[in-house]
Design a protein around this ligand. Structure first.
Ligand code: 13P
Length: 249
């Protein structure tokens, strides 16, 4: 099974979300063996859930962030229980834009992973190095450290996927080469095996950063990669589902 995950970020409006969800679900039906997950903005969750309601069982709903707290006086935050109530089964944790613009450190992300998994949500943990770190050849060291810190208190490899998204490849049109990616995914896999034993082998690994139909075949040629996390190209149903089409080869 391959995973195709759509991170819509802070894009669109009410009619756009509904139409995009419907069109994506319609086109994704052809790829029954694969799993599609849509991460719309929080305010779109109800509409997107309605649009997906009739869809095939290969479409799932997720949120772009989750609070580490259960409930209470935490203005602006959204809890794991609330997300479940809206029909979410997935949540992104640690996207580089949340790390950078919301100042979310690894220690907080570890608590978010735990809070989400305790409620049965599947966490897609995002990790990735900056351009400076990449140029200084620190990529492996940075992603392994993020992974170890963010999983410090997680006990649920069965509720985990890891998305490696080099920050310098997000929204830039620059895609990491297979030579760049391969050793990083090997290190991620080793870290998961060290932490979770044999169960670490079942954690799905995704690549993200300027993924499009014309580079998907190459990305999926890396053995360790089970899926992709797509930003810009997921804002059009055809360009998103075309990625699944390319990945069949
Ligand atoms: P782009 O596909 O637009 O580069 O975004 C990737 C991303 O950040 C997905 O989470």
């Amino acid at each position: 099974m391959k995973y195709f995950m759509a991170n819509w970020k802070m894009n669109g409006d009410r009619s756009f979300w509904y139409n995009l969800a419907e069109q994506t679900a319609e086109q994704a039906k052809k790829f029954k063996a694969d799993r599609f997950v849509i991460f719309p903005p929080f305010v779109a969750l109800a509409d997107v859930e309605n649009a997906l309601f009739e869809a095939d069982k290969n479409m799932f709903l997720g949120a772009q962030d989750v609070s580490d707290e259960e409930s209470g006086a935490f203005t602006s935050q959204v809890s794991a229980d609330m997300l479940k109530g809206m029909g979410c089964s997935y949540v992104l944790v640690g996207h580089s834009e949340c790390r950078e613009y919301l100042g979310q450190p690894d220690e907080l992300l570890a608590l978010k992973v735990k809070a989400a998994q305790e409620k049965g949500l599947k966490v897609v943990l995002c990790i990735g190095e900056t351009l400076d770190e990449y140029e200084n050849k620190e990529s492996i060291q940075v992603v392994v450290s993020q992974l170890e810190k963010c999983l410090e208190v997680s006990k649920s490899p069965e509720l985990l996927a890891v998305a490696y998204e080099p920050v310098w490849a997000i929204g830039t049109g620059k895609v990491a080469t297979v030579e760049d990616i391969k050793p990083i995914f090997e290190s991620i896999k080793k870290t998961l095996l060290d932490k979770f034993g044999a169960k670490g082998d079942n954690v799905a690994l995704l690549y993200g950063g300027s993924v499009k139909a014309d580079n998907a075949t190459e990305i999926f040629s890396v053995d360790e990669i089970n899926g992709v996390l797509v930003g810009g190209a997921s804002l059009d149903a055809t360009s998103f589902v075309d990625i699944a089409r390319s990945a069949q080869f």
